[in-house]
Design a binder for this molecule. Sequence first.
Ligand code: DGY
Length: 426
Amino acid sequence: MTVSLNEQAIEVLRKNDRGGFTIPTARLYPYQWNWDSAFVALGFATFDRARAWRELELLVEGQWSNGMIPHIIFRRDDPDYFPGPSVWRTEGGKFPSGGISQPPVLASIVCNLMEQGDTDDQAKARGLFDAMFAWHNWFHTERTPDGHDIVCTVHPWETGRDNCPDWDLGLERMIVDINIEPYVRKDIEHTNALERPSKVQYDKFVTIIKAGRDLNWDQRRLTNEGPFLMADPGIHFILLRADRDLLKIAKTLGLNEYVDQIQGWIDVAIAASDYLWNDDLGAFCARDVLSGELSQGFSNASALCFYADAGNIEQRKRSVENMERIGAKVNFMLPSWDPDAEGFEAQRYWCGPVWPQMNHIISKGLAEQGESALADRVRNDLASAIQQSGFFECFNSMTGAGCIGTNFSWTAAMWLAWATPNKMAL
Ligand code: DGY
């Protein structure tokens, strides 16, 4: 008997379920990751709504008292992963966790579940509202450097796009701290090193963790004084969209006392988008805050201006032209990095593969803004890669071969919720 891809996807989610929260994949990522969990909830919602909400409730359990929801929640120590809780040494919340955050898709997923659902879903959304508001407030205050209007990032891992060449500008300026403790990478014991970040990048990733520890994870100081500070179109546009969705939730639930504050965040973010505009390339790009330098490639985060409903007509037109240029070069859209830019590698993590969760929000934004041909291509190419290779973490943008993690939760979730043929657009 052939098991359908839908059944396989449900099986992936069930096997990665650790009792109310879902790990991305066994061994390589053995904890609860922030944006992974949010996307995974959309997959669960297709067959078990209560479980979908549970995923989000357990994510919020990891929130720090300052409002930050960390990128990883370490409910127990697992020797399969580096850097674990003994390296981060955080004390900001109920559980040990990473000391940085991740792209805040949560409010958008909650809004989505609420809009598809009934009064029970509204009650669930209400239960999460205060946590989401506090988290967004944290980004707008603690992660906005003095003298700037744009939310920034202090670690490539916070962007979720770990080794994208976007971060070379900030990483190249950094000096590896000679006092970092010797460490053994676990990721390359579980997967092919050619598909993962380099040793030099890891040394710098660990150097930033040491800087955070040395500052006792004072997030304002880490933003203003840390060794790495860049603005990311991914975080910027995802947060802008999430603020818009949080506003919708507040209005639907009659939480009028929050409306002005959220609208204020949205207004500032729309104006701040120009800080990321690279007029030579015709794209929203990452920017090193200290030097002011802009990255020189069109990443899949550049394409999120549509999802955020940001950018003027000219900026959107030029962004579409970049996507069409890239679409003529690769067989699977949309690669995480520009095939015409330095550093493109079709199989290496964020240097060129196609990412299921990114394709979902990119396609959603393009469809909403009337770019239906591109939206369909981004969705159909992901569906083809999954049909060809299975539920991998990401896919080689030239061949569609699966890369890195197998039986991957967000890929299964994106298949069930959005990429499976005949699915209504979410
Ligand atoms: C990793 O360990 O590769 C993660 O991306 C960090 O969040």
